[in-house]
Design a protein around this ligand. Structure first.
Ligand code: AMP
Ligand code: ZN
Length: 113
């Protein structure tokens, strides 16, 4: 999608520090890490948010979710991690292309801010 920064990352029009990629998804380091490990996992297909998932996106999302544990293992997050999705205005979503934050290598706090 034109003017979508994460579509541009998926298309390699904008560089990223990629940690995993296949035909459907790409995972890359966040520009402003909020933890020692902070990776974003996105579908390459433009989906604006979790709220915009269609019924036939199920296979794609299952694939993305199942890859997260492999990515976490590759990043040595054996002590655990947090997976975050910010959705919409109240969720403070700033980039309107579905993404999951994988945060690790520090003790998280609860409740989130
Ligand atoms: P959210 O607030 O959930 O929409 O998160 C968007 C995330 O994208 C933020 O953590 C940003 O730091 C990150 N971000 C924005 N632009 C880039 C980029 N070009 N490369 C990597 N991460 C980015
Ligand atoms: Zn996009």
């Amino acid at each position: 999608m034109a003017d979508c920064i994460f579509c541009k990352i998926a298309d390699k029009d904008i560089p990223s520090k990629t940690v995993y990629e296949d035909d459907e998804i790409i995972a890359f380091h966040d520009l402003e890490p909020q933890a020692p490990v902070h990776v974003l996992i996105i579908p390459k297909k433009h989906i604006a948010s979790l709220d915009d998932l269609a019924d036939d996106d199920g296979e794609l999302i299952a694939h993305l979710m199942l890859k997260i544990k492999e990515i976490a293992k590759d990043l040595n997050l054996e002590k655990g991690y947090r997976l975050v999705n910010n959705c919409g205005e109240d969720g403070l979503q700033t980039v309107k292309h579905l993404h999951f934050h994988l945060l690790g290598k520090r003790k998280m706090t609860w409740p989130p801010g």
